[in-house]
Design a binder for this molecule. Sequence first.
Ligand SMILES: [Zn+2]
Length: 214
Amino acid sequence: MEAFERMLLENKAWATEQTLKEPDYFERLAVDQSPAVLWIGCSDSRVPAEIIVHAQPGEIFVHRNIANQLITTDFNGLSVLQYAVDVLKVRDVIVCGHYNCGGIRAALQKQSARLLIVNKWLKHVKDIYRLHADEIEALGTEEERIGRLVELNVIEQVHNLAHTSIIQQSWAQEHGPTLHGWVYGLRDGLIKELISLPPGSGVSPIYQYVDFSE
Ligand SMILES: [Zn+2]
């Protein structure tokens, strides 16, 4: 049986099981969503947002891409952020990276002409490496260097969030959301907190929108 065929069968079994447990489960979920959290994670198949924090459908608004980035020219990520913040009014935005990230590993290597688009996406991670090259190169093993760039990338993405007009306007007018940077360990399944920026956290003046800070 192909993987997709098994998925369709599993879906039928799951829907039946959920309905047996709670007859109005799907009717209740179909009405609306009010997730408290926006999750920005990596596309890696081993880091499924809902499963690793034991969440249920309806609890997390999810956006995933290679190396969990929030790039200010990416309309996909920005539209998810705007909808989550301005419409769903999420209380927390979590950027969750993970150790052994293939995207981060690739960013530390030479570029492949076969992967021109991926290269462009990972260019932003290379820029983060360049800012912290001395610290990263002082580490003894490749795994340590990748792990540290995983952490620095998460922290940078949290700052990228704080630099958007979406977050700055919401901080000024809604007093939320709080921004979090987490990293997940594939070897132990545990999440480590790296950074937390509550509403109104200091943003360097060059990234401030005058409209929301005066
Ligand atoms: Zn990854």
